[in-house]
Design a protein around this ligand. Structure first.
Ligand SMILES: Nc1ncnc2c1ncn2[C@@H]1O[C@H](COP(=O)(O)OP(=O)(O)OP(=O)(O)O)[C@@H](O)[C@H]1O
Ligand SMILES: [Mg+2]
Length: 445
């Protein structure tokens, strides 16, 4: 079993110092575990009143997933434990609880609504929770479970379009939500892999939702935007309008398909195809000069040969075009194409090809930008790349979940008193174990 909204526990350490701290100064460690088709990455963040500081990352290749879904438990477990070990060493903390990502084309999104009577004439958090509970009470297939209940808008009496109804006067609270559902077996496999590494899973989060947390601005969500997270095995699409999610879906193709096309088209091993793609790949053939050449290693004892770089881009371009055509079709099918005024934000390792944003702009017919994680401090140079959007976003998601849980604890009379916010509490602050990374930094400067 995994714990929803769980907390990382500071390790018992003989070097711990006792400090008296204001409750609001209290910092917590939140760990994102992105279990992707090509890699597992663990991102350690320290959350305090000033925001999130990235303390460490671990990034390990993984072959235990197929198209975003765990297909080999042992390989996945090995990659998770190596990634966690590396992140622990760099951050100098012990990781016990993680926010884990999930992807795959079993993920679906459907709308629902709920209504509840407001107790006491003023909408409180309890009323919001009650109406959200009502919205999730719809029949779901026996082999599926609800992953997220994402409010689109609240209605108080006859007023609609409300983002946060808490504190408003009224007698009737309504909500329109999007429910993200996933195959229970796939969710359980993610949890099982993490538990086999002695980790507690605080929550399982849709990968693209986490990526959106890391790369999209609130303004973009407000005026309408879609995020396209092109990973190795899948391309995830998530669309926001008026600050709320209106569409979530997964396309079962990504960067690995591009690599496989190159391997087949140029008759070269997969590893070499991957290297050629990263070093010389281009999504838009016309920007490649005619006289550029690349060396393609042969397969099965054949000699390497020189090939125009244009041949490589001619292989890549149709696959990328195919993926973006599906993205466009999915957006058109929602009937919301015109409302995505902020256009599309591309993220995930698969979008790192030269010419990608220009080509996406042509196919999608709207502004496109590249999205890397923002809104964190610390060792940002290691995570400011599209492959880390999900990992960093999981930390941001976890930080929000903790803040939400703390708010509830502070405000709800049944859970604690309002006065606790000013209370001085005694907290145990461990002296952080200096990791190898910190030693290296200290030595370097
Ligand atoms: N410099 C680069 N140029 C082109 N492609 C790249 C580059 N770096 C990484 N990629 C591609 O990015 C993909 C991996 O991206 P990412 O790490 O976001 O995927 P993932 O999270 O493991 O997979 P998924 O999200 O599909 O489960 C691989 O297909 C890889 O070939
Ligand atoms: Mg991914």
């Amino acid at each position: 079993m995994y714990r929803l909204g769980g907390f990382w526990q500071r390790p018992a350490d003989p070097t711990e110092r006792k400090h008296v701290k204001n409750r609001q100064d209290h910092s917590e460690i939140v760990v994102g575990l992105d279990i992707g088709t090509t890699k597992v990455s663990a991102v350690v963040g320290e959350v305090d009143g000033d925001g999130i500081t990235i303390l460490g990352v671990g990034n390990v290749p993984c072959r235990g997933l197929r198209k975003g879904v765990v297909s080999n438990i042992d390989w996945t477990v090995r990659a998770i434990s190596e990634a966690i070990e590396a992140a622990q060493t760099m951050a100098g903390v012990e990781i016990r609880t993680v926010y884990a990502s999930i992807g795959g084309s079993h993920v679906r999104c459907q709308s629902s609504d709920g209504v509840a009577a407001v107790s006491g004439g003023e909408v409180g958090r309890v009323d919001v929770e009650r109406v959200l509970e009502g919205a999730r009470a719809i029949p779901v297939d026996a082999d599926r479970q609800i992953l997220h209940v994402l409010p689109r808008e609240f209605m108080v009496d006859n007023q609609d379009g409300i983002r946060d109804p808490v504190g408003m006067s009224g007698v009737r609270l309504g909500v329109k939500v999007n429910l993200v559902t996933a195959a229970t077996g796939c969710v359980q496999n993610v949890v099982r892999c993490a538990e086999r590494c002695n980790l507690v899973v605080a929550d399982v989060v849709l990968g693209s939702l986490a990526s959106a947390e890391a790369v999209l601005s609130e303004d973009e969500k407000e005026i309408g935007v879609a995020i396209v997270d092109m990973g190795g095995g899948t391309t995830d699409l998530l669309a926001y309008i008026d600050g709320g999610i209106v569409h979530a879906s997964v396309i079962p193709a990504g960067g690995m398909n591009v690599t496989a096309d190159i391997a087949a088209g140029l008759r070269t091993p997969m590893g070499e195809a991957e290297r050629l793609k990263r070093n010389h790949g281009c999504a838009l053939g016309r920007v490649v000069a005619d006289d550029e050449e690349i060396e393609v290693p042969g397969v099965g004892g054949h000699m390497p040969r020189r090939v125009p770089r244009r041949v490589l881009s001619d292989i890549i371009e149709p696959r990328v075009e195919e993926i973006f055509a599906v993205v466009r079709k999915r957006i058109e099918d929602t009937g919301l194409l015109e409302q995505l005024s902020a256009g599309v934000v591309l993220t995930g390792g698969g979008v790192l090809l030269e010419g990608m944003t220009d080509f996406a702009e042509e196919i999608l017919g709207m502004p496109v930008r590249l999205g890397t994680p923002v809104g964190v401090r610390g060792i940002t140079q290691l995570v400011t790349t599209p492959q880390f959007s999900t990992g960093v976003g999981l930390v941001q998601f976890g930080a929000k979940a903790l803040a939400h849980a703390r708010d509830r604890e502070l405000v709800e009379p049944s859970r604690g008193s309002r006065h606790r916010i000013e209370e001085e509490i005694e907290v145990e602050i461990p002296v952080r174990r200096p990791g190898r990374f910190w030693n290296w930094l200290r030595a370097a400067f």
